[in-house]
Each structure stands twice: as structure tokens, then as C-alpha cells.
Design a protein around this ligand. Structure first.
Ligand SMILES: C[S@@+](CC[C@H](N)C(=O)[O-])C[C@H]1O[C@@H](n2cnc3c(N)ncnc32)[C@H](O)[C@@H]1O
Length: 196
């Protein structure tokens, strides 16, 4: 769906990059999701930023001392990540076909972060496949933290069913990245998942 948006509006990705650069220049806090993930990790952990966009989260986690790989289907965003946040390995990849060992990245990940509504930008037919590909890249004892909002065409119950079908067990459900508990009224889900 993101790819379709970039095809319909060729300036979409550049505008997205510019929006986040401008927010960073104005001093907005753009690392909240990354701080939650950092709190879950030992120092020097392996992190996969899945659907990393221009790299605000992977960049923070690299600066915090983790070994970060960021992947995104949009080459314009990956070019911005390379420019703005040098250090992590930034790769153009479709999450539905993710195979990092084929790129020589063999070690599994202690944390996978999938923030910024990435799940709702996938083609619906690929959701379970993406969750399976993420599962295939998780270390034993690793976790995935996936956040997205309500009203974006992917119900929370459906997502949790898909996650279970892909081999994940929900370990903790939050309503925000600053640790408010999830309730049936929540309009956002941050799901911490572990491999079954
Ligand atoms: C709203 S952006 C969020 C970017 C980043 N996670 C953040 O929070 O700043 C959604 C991202 O999902 C990526 N995306 C959508 N479908 C994808 C796919 N199949 N494989 C990889 N990335 C994808 C888009 O390219 C875009 O960068």
C-alpha cells in the first residue's frame, strides 16, 4: 500500500523525509518508540528496525550501542536513513520476502521493532507472511514490538490472530509507547510478542 502511494504521488517519499527532518530540526522528540525498545535490551543487542523509513528509531538504537539493521521497501527513505543516521546497515527490502541470511546477515535479532503503523501499510494478503518473516529473524528469547493505530483497516484482534498464526505469542499489550496498559477502548496497540 505504501508502494502504491509512492506510485500515485512521486513526491510522497521526499515529502515524508522532509517532514521528519523538519520535526527533528524543531527539536521534537522522535525517539519514544526506540526508548521503549532500548529498555527491553541488554547493551550491544541485535535490533531489526522493520519498515524503518528514514531511520529515526534505528538511528537512536545504534547511538545507544546496539547492532542495528534497518529494512524498508522504499529506496528514497533508505537513502535518507543512510544520510541522516550513518552506522546501522540500511537495506531496501520488502518485509514479505525478508531473508537477511541471504544477504550475509546470519545472526538472529534480540529485538524487532515495527513502529509507525507499518503493519497497516502492508498489502493485507501479506500480513501473516510478514509476521512469519519477522518470526524467522527473531532470536530464541528475542521479542518483536509492533505498534499501530485503530481505524486503519487492521483490527487489533485480527492482528493478534495473525501473529499467533505466524508463531508469535503476545507477551504484553500496551496502548501507548510510554507504557499505558491496553484496554478494549484503546485506539492504539503496542504488542510485545515472543516466539512460541
Ligand atoms: C509511516 S512509515 C513508518 C516508518 C518508520 N517505521 C517510523 O516509524 O518512522 C511506514 C513505513 O512502512 C514501510 N513499508 C510498507 N510496506 C513495507 C514492506 N512490504 N516492506 C518494507 N517496508 C514497508 C514504508 O516504506 C514506510 O517507510
Amino acid at each position: 500500500m505504501w508502494v502504491r502511494m509512492t506510485q500515485e504521488d512521486p513526491g510522497h517519499s521526499a515529502a515524508y523525509v522532509q517532514r521528519f527532518r523538519s520535526l527533528a530540526d524543531q527539536g521534537f522528540d522522535l525517539a519514544g518508540e526506540a526508548r521503549l525498545v532500548d529498555a527491553m535490551l541488554g547493551r550491544g543487542s541485535r535490533v531489526l528496525d522493520a519498515g524503518c523509513g528514514p531511520g529515526r528509531l534505528g538511528g537512536f538504537l545504534h547511538a545507544a550501542g546496539h547492532d542495528v539493521v534497518g529494512v524498508d521497501v522504499d529506496p528514497v527513505l533508505i537513502a535518507a536513513a543512510e544520510e541522516d543516521h550513518p552506522g546501522p546497515r540500511w537495506l531496501v527490502r520488502d518485509l514479505s520476502e525478508l531473508d537477511l541470511p541471504a544477504a550475509g546477515i546470519d545472526e538472529p535479532f534480540d529485538a524487532i521493532v515495527c513502529a509507525g503503523n507499518v503493519m497497516t501499510f502492508l498489502a493485507p494478503s501479506t500480513r501473516v507472511t510478514v509476521l512469519r518473516r519477522l518470526h524467522a529473524h527473531a532470536a530464541a528469547g528475542g521479542r518483536a514490538t509492533i505498534g499501530f493505530g485503530a481505524g486503519r483497516g487492521y483490527g487489533f484482534d485480527e492482528f493478534l490472530d495473525d501473529a499467533r498464526a505466524a508463531g508469535w505469542v503476545p507477551e504484553l499489550l500496551l496502548a501507548t509507547w510510554d507504557l499505558r496498559p491496553f484496554t478494549p477502548e484503546s485506539d492504539f496497540l503496542v504488542a510485545v510478542l515472543r516466539p512460541a
